[in-house]
Design a protein around this ligand. Structure first.
Ligand code: NAD
Length: 439
């Protein structure tokens, strides 16, 4: 089987690499020439645990190739995956221009029957637009070739993408023909040897499933953050509350950790896009509007705590910031809480010394030049008045507190992810502020 994956980012590269890992011949396409040239030299555009190994192995054995030329690559392919970005447009709806550009290209260059699959996260009705764009391109060249469209939303998590792709909890595929269903069944069978299901459904339901999944996860986070903020005010400890509710099987203990808000390239944009889909259909998604509002405020919660601690004046103070990526085990800083926090500190006249285990390249072009990027976590604390834990990387869990204490000018910790024990930190001589925990 030969497959083409268009878009070689977090989703496209992982998809291409994992498909080649089970024996399929894959060509990954991107418009970004540098990205493709680097991949051909073995340089990956992103950090994702385990990805480099799979890419290297399958590139060397020839099953995985990289190209900027869709026309050449599409010859002999049975399936084309569209895995390009769908960033938020100005009004919050998903911007489909890249997806439709690819559809147009596919229609312009296809030579035989194809299944064209949207893997990008796209609103209900997009597969129909993809179908129409391909039909338009075929009409322009007076060609009549058969093809099917399908929707196969991706549920991988950055930081665990390989594991998620190779051993998915479920695979969701929207189809409208038996022929497409049979091709995609064959393609995905190697990934469900663990007994997990492939759910075939109609295309609109598959498109909606992805948004509903991300919206539900974002809701859990914002709900818990709202409860944490109230715990803060009334003197309850959200860590205890979390354990208390999570042990109820109907609630479950996953995704109910309070913090400083969700970020990344998916939850914020997908929540907004789903709200927009509601609006376009005269339906107000009231819960999701609140989820979005709570999240926007939550990114600033740590700033309120900092301002309260310093009586509103942080000018000239130095803050060590640990963690810049939107979550551990990725270098992705899109919509990361770190951006909001660092920006607010700089605006208030404070100095920032920041460190992240893998996002330092991203940080160089995403952060203000005033931010000092340090070579490790301990160095970030040199001369600092306070330490802010923003992303809960494992290496931050049990650091050398003695070194940190002697490095710091003053000893205050703002723990945005509640990974430290407040009493223990106080016993070590630090003032401690967590989320939803009385300090
Ligand atoms: P990304 O920005 O990392 O990668 C997108 C790639 O597409 C870029 O390399 C870009 O150069 C390329 N591209 C753009 N237009 C192109 C074109 N016309 N032809 C060829 N290549 C083109 O994006 P991503 O994070 O991989 O996300 C892709 C899609 O998958 C989005 O819809 C996203 O919502 C969805 N998704 C992302 C994740 C995630 O964790 N990142 C998870 C599930 C779903």
């Amino acid at each position: 089987m030969k497959i083409v994956v268009v878009g070689t980012g977090y989703v496209g590269l992982v998809t291409g690499a994992c498909l080649s890992e089970v024996g399929i011949e894959v060509i990954c396409i991107d418009v970004n020439k540098t990205k493709i040239e680097n991949l051909q030299k073995g340089i990956l555009p992103i950090y994702e645990p385990g990805l480099e190994d799979i890419v290297e192995r399958n590139y060397k054995n020839g099953r995985l190739q990289f190209s900027t030329d869709l026309a050449e690559s599409i010859v002999g392919a049975e399936v084309v995956f569209i895995a390009v970005g769908t960033p938020p447009g100005e009004d919050g709806s998903a911007d489909l221009q890249y997806v439709l550009q690819v559809a147009d290209n596919v229609g312009t260059h296809m030579t035989d029957y194809l299944v064209v699959v949207t893997k990008s996260t796209v609103p209900v009705g997009t597969a129909a637009k993809v179908k129409e764009a391909i039909a338009g391109a075929l009409r322009n060249r007076s060609a009549s070739l058969e093809y099917d469209v399908a929707s196969n939303p991706e549920f991988l998590k950055e930081g665990a993408a390989i594991e998620d792709f190779l051993k998915p909890d479920r695979i969701v595929i929207g189809v409208e023909s038996e022929r497409a269903k049979s091709t995609l069944h064959q393609l995905y069978d190697p990934f469900v040897l663990n007994g997990h299901p492939i759910y075939f459904m109609d295309i609109p339901s598959a498109e909606m499933t992805k948004y509903a999944a991300n919206a539900m996860l974002a809701t859990k986070i914002s709900f818990m953050n709202d409860i944490a903020n109230l715990c803060d005010i009334v003197g309850a400890n959200v860590n205890e509350v979390r354990k208390g509710i999570g042990s109820d099987a109907r609630i479950g203990n996953k995704f109910i950790y309070p913090g400083i808000g969700y970020g990344g390239s998916c939850f914020p944009k997908d929540v907004k896009a789903l709200i927009k889909t509601g609006e376009q259909n005269s339906y107000e998604l009231r819960i999701l509007k609140a989820v979005d509002d709570v999240n926007n405020d939550q990114k600033k919660v740590i700033i309120s705590k900092i301002m309260k601690h310093y009586n509103g004046d942080v000018a000239g103070k130095t803050f060590a910031v640990w963690g810049l990526a939107f979550k551990p085990k990725t270098d992705d800083m899109r919509e990361a809480p770190s951006l909001v926090i660092i920006d607010a500190l700089l605006q208030a006249g404070a100095n920032v010394q920041a460190y992240d285990p893998v996002s330092m390249n991203e940080a160089e072009h995403m952060l203000d030049a005033k931010v000092v990027l340090t070579k490790d976590a301990i160095n970030a604390t040199k001369g600092a008045d306070a330490l802010i834990l923003v992303t809960e990387w494992p290496e931050f869990r049990l650091p050398n507190w003695e070194k940190i204490k002697s490095n710091m000018k003053d000893h205050v910790i703002f723990d945005g992810r509640n990974i430290y024990n407040g009493d223990e930190m106080k016993a070590k001589g630090f003032a401690y502020h967590g989320i939803g925990i009385k300090s």
